[in-house]
Design a protein around this ligand. Structure first.
Ligand SMILES: Cc1cc2nc3c(=O)[nH]c(=O)nc-3n(C[C@H](O)[C@H](O)[C@H](O)COP(=O)(O)OP(=O)(O)OC[C@H]3O[C@@H](n4cnc5c(N)ncnc54)[C@H](O)[C@@H]3O)c2cc1C
Length: 500
């Protein structure tokens, strides 16, 4: 299939974009995570990566069309960002004609596993801070998450159907975005953002491998979901850890004997056979529960089954606790928190039903495990997330080596922002690691011999330069610094990239 060619119906947008390209040049440009050091004139392609194809670059700049491949979290953010700034976008996704092994909804921006976007705490958690940075940048994913959230203590969890429907509606009704329901099999030509995710379909993955060199991968796993009505509530209690929240979790306690029998069954249960190509590393944050359990008898009690901060109606702390979290606003389904698994389906039913509250549980979805592909980004991507060999093709999302829903969506914004800048003749400079967004992007592109995926955490932020011993205060100061930077730079970006 040939992509990157503008559709005829977009000609009026092309005219408009041409006008914008000619008008929008300033002496200084700054935006989230980086500062642009130089300005460019709109009709010169020299200095841009891929300048040897200057004529083609110039032609495509005039047309202002960007191809985005993959309408997942990163792709939808990228399309939305570009459309919002006056670019025309052709957004490709194989749905609904074809699905990856983990996707099943016809809607865009599908959450393939947990319905939690992790912590909502802006001042005490790096992923919470990242969310706030994204809100300041006009994130569609955050807008949808805030509009469709379900109670989940300190976490930001969403009704997954409502969340995806919200984003689908916004994307499909945007006059600057043309949705093309087709599988893409080759790397695109012209300005493009590739965001096909960890389960990129085979033909494109093969093309990427052939053109860019060997991709890396690790295992990723999803947790099962049970129907609410099948839970035995006489064996549960409702509480949030340390009382934070409004009683959003259903807790399934186990005594010592129950826990030990459960762990024994878990480690000896039959696992699904991995394909030869799938035998590789497991990302620590997605470790299947049976692999964790095999590390030691008490590992789960100090991990996903930890009882710390949880007390039943009698004020008693159980020996071990499985937490169940709502899957949807209606509360008709619950997921087994932290129970990503690769056990065979009948084994999941047998072993997880040993937890007293789940004795008669109806499994609406079983846990699954998939290969999770990502690029060797430091070797093939420039600091702006475009290919070193072709500065018009950007990558975004989980396939760049960020890990997680929120991190993937954020990377879609950054790639789109860089793409927009480049199309208007600006050259991006170094990422600012004082923001979580900038630090993640820096991680993806910084040189290293052992590249590993990364999720949002304080460890990747540049130090404060002060010795602050109080951890809570330190996190607050890091957050204030990051948000100030993002606020300032987002205002600049809006000013510079605004569609006229
Ligand atoms: C099984 C599994 C479970 C996970 N669980 C969690 C979790 O619980 N929490 C968490 O934070 N993260 C989780 N992740 C990671 C999470 O998937 C990603 O972080 C996030 O969805 C990635 O966003 P993305 O936009 O990069 O890709 P995706 O959201 O996967 O979007 C990619 C899109 O590209 C489309 N596509 C693929 N190939 C093609 C092609 N050739 N042509 C056209 N379209 C194509 C797909 O249909 C899809 O819509 C999980 C990942 C997997 C694989």
């Amino acid at each position: 299939m040939s992509i990157g060619k503008p559709a005829k119906s977009f000609s009026h947008f092309q005219e408009k974009i041409l006008d914008i390209c000619e008008l929008s040049f300033y002496n200084r440009f700054s935006t989230l995570g980086y500062r642009v050091l130089k300005t460019k004139t709109p009709n010169r392609a020299d200095g841009l990566p891929g300048a040897e194809r200057a004529e083609g670059v110039e032609r495509r700049m005039e047309k202002g069309l960007v191809t985005v491949i993959g309408a997942g979290l990163a792709g939808c953010e990228a399309a939305h960002y570009l459309a919002r700034h006056g670019f025309s976008v052709r957004l490709y996704d194989c749905k609904p004609n074809k699905f990856t092994p983990a996707h099943s909804s016809k809607n865009l921006a599908e959450l393939v596993c947990s319905n939690s976007l992790k912590s909502g705490d802006v001042w005490g958690n790096a992923c919470g801070l990242l969310k706030e940075e994204m809100r300041l940048l006009g994130s569609l994913v955050m807008e949808a998450a805030d509009a469709t959230k379900v109670p989940a203590g300190g976490a930001l969890a969403v009704d997954r159907e409502a969340f995806s429907a919200y984003i689908t509606e916004r994307i499909r009704s945007d006059p600057n975005i043309e949705y093309v329901p087709e599988e893409v099999k080759e790397l695109p030509q012209g300005y493009a953002i590739v965001a096909t995710g960890p389960l990129t379909l085979d033909a494109l993955a093969e093309d990427i491998r052939a053109k860019l060199g060997g991709a890396l991968h690790f295992y990723d796993a999803a947790a099962p979901v049970v129907s609410a009505e099948s839970i035995d509530y006489s064996k549960t209690f409702t509480a949030d850890r340390y009382g934070k929240g409004e009683g959003d979790y259903v807790n399934c306690p186990m005594n010592k004997e129950e826990y030990e029998a459960f762990v024994e069954a878990l480690v000896s249960a039959e696992r699904a056979v991995a394909h030869e190509f799938e035998k590789g590393e497991i990302f620590e944050g997605c470790m299947p529960v049976e692999v964790m359990a095999a590390r030691g008898r008490d590992t789960l009690r100090f991990g996903m089954l930890k009882p710390v901060g949880l007390y039943d109606e009698n004020g008693k702390r159980p020996y071990a606790v499985l937490q169940l979290r709502k899957e949807n606003v209606a509360g008709t389904a619950y997921n087994l928190v932290g129970f990503q698994t690769n056990l065979k389906f009948p084994e999941q039913k047998r072993v997880f039903s040993m937890i007293p509250a789940l004795k008669n549980a109806e499994f609406l979805r079983y846990g699954v495990m998939h290969r999770n592909t990502y690029l060797d980004s430091p070797k093939i991507l420039s600091a702006d997330l475009s290919l070193k060999t072709d500065g018009t093709v950007f990558f975004a999302g989980q396939m760049t080596g960020v890990e997680g829903y929120v991190e993937s969506a954020d990377s879609g914004i950054l790639a789109a922002m860089n793409c927009a800048l480049k199309m208007r003749g600006y050259a991006p400079a170094a990422w600012d690691c004082g923001t979580v967004s900038g630090a993640l992007a820096h991680h993806v592109c910084a040189e290293t011999d052992n590249f590993q995926p990364m999720n949002a955490n304080y460890g990747i932020l540049s130090p404060l330069g002060l010795n602050v011993r109080d951890k809570a205060l330190k996190k607050r100061m890091l957050a204030e610094r990051a948000l100030e930077k993002v606020r300032e730079n987002a205002a600049d970006a809006e000013d510079e990239l605004r569609a006229e």
